[in-house]
Ligand binder design. Structure first.
Ligand code: AMP
Length: 286
């Protein structure tokens, strides 16, 4: 069956309703496009778990603050469609911003919880409101039974789990492991902003996480020490400017002195002008 492309919420919702009527389960993979192998791991997980896979490709304006990279964010819808079709995705939802936020739009989902206030939330105050609003809309539009998100954005997974639980949304959330390049660099659409030399320097993010993980595996449980180990490695790369390195419980994202339950070691680092994030989950099952 040829992959369907929908550009309006009504058309997407009507098609999804037909699928539901036929008794099929629907998996949603929200993306902002400029698709890479990392996105494809989401599609594959959804393909395995659900009868129908819907990918959304939408650069969501409400999750970008003025001065962030909304305008410059890469857009390449035709190439994206080729990749999605190869993965056996059934339908793509690709609306214009005006279709998602028509004149008069005024209802936002604003998670008011610890998960949105720390790490990325502390630096990007409107980001998770935008994410929660668009993800709720996408879930309603696609009638998703399950939605798939990458550990690359682990805090986003924590936030989505929080607001879907708080609002009793009937959607099961699956987190898919981080997909990396051979160099260790986590795949990201924003990697396209970097020159070859910067991409090489960016491997310091995963290296620092690996070092901290090795210390954890060898028995280190002090949050302070694990953060220090990561920082020490980051300092070796002159092109890296650290925004934060932090250890928090996962998924509650509470502070902890010791790693006694699943914990997220997360970092945000500038390489040149590009801001990159990466993380590792230490201990337990997240
Ligand atoms: P984005 O298009 O960057 O908004 O990402 C869409 C989804 O793909 C999010 O759930 C991301 O966490 C996920 N994703 C992006 N990069 C990766 C990666 N390298 N590995 C796994 N998932 C990823």
């Amino acid at each position: 069956m040829k992959m369907k492309v929908f550009t309006t919420p009504d058309a997407m919702q009507a098609w999804a309703a037909e699928q539901k009527k036929a008794g099929r389960t629907i998996g949603l993979c929200p993306t902002m496009g400029a698709l890479h192998e990392g996105h494809m791991t989401l599609m594959r997980a959804a393909r395995k778990a659900c009868d129908v896979v819907i990918a959304s490709v939408f650069v969501n304006p409400t999750q970008f603050a003025p001065g962030e990279d909304y305008e410059k964010y890469p857009r390449q819808f035709e190439q994206d469609c080729e990749k999605l079709e190869k993965e056996g995705v059934d339908a793509v939802f690709h609306p214009e911003p005006a279709a998602m936020y028509p004149k008069g739009f005024g209802t936002y989902v604003t998670p008011d919880c610890n998960e949105t206030k720390v790490l990325e939330g502390a630096r990007r105050p409107i980001h998770f409101r935008g994410v929660a609003t668009v993800v709720t809309k996408l879930m309603n539009i696609t009638r998703a039974d399950r939605a798939f998100f990458g550990q690359k954005d682990a805090q986003q997974v924590a936030v989505v789990r929080r607001f879907t639980a708080d609002l009793n949304l009937p959607v099961e959330i699956t987190m898919v492991p981080i997909c990396r390049e051979e160099s260790g660099l986590a795949r990201s659409s924003r990697n396209a902003y970097m020159k070859a030399e910067e991409k090489q320097a960016a491997t310091v993010l995963s290296r620092s996480l690996r070092r901290a993980k090795a210390a954890f595996d060898a028995g280190e449980r002090s949050a302070k020490k694990l953060v220090e180990i990561a920082q020490e490695e980051l300092r070796k790369e002159p092109m890296a400017r650290v925004d934060y390195v932090a250890l928090r419980t996962f998924p509650a994202l509470q502070e902890a002195d010791e790693v006694l339950e699943p914990s997220l070691l997360a970092l945000a680092v500038y390489i040149g002008k590009t801001r990159l994030i990466d993380n590792v989950i230490l201990g337990g099952k997240a």
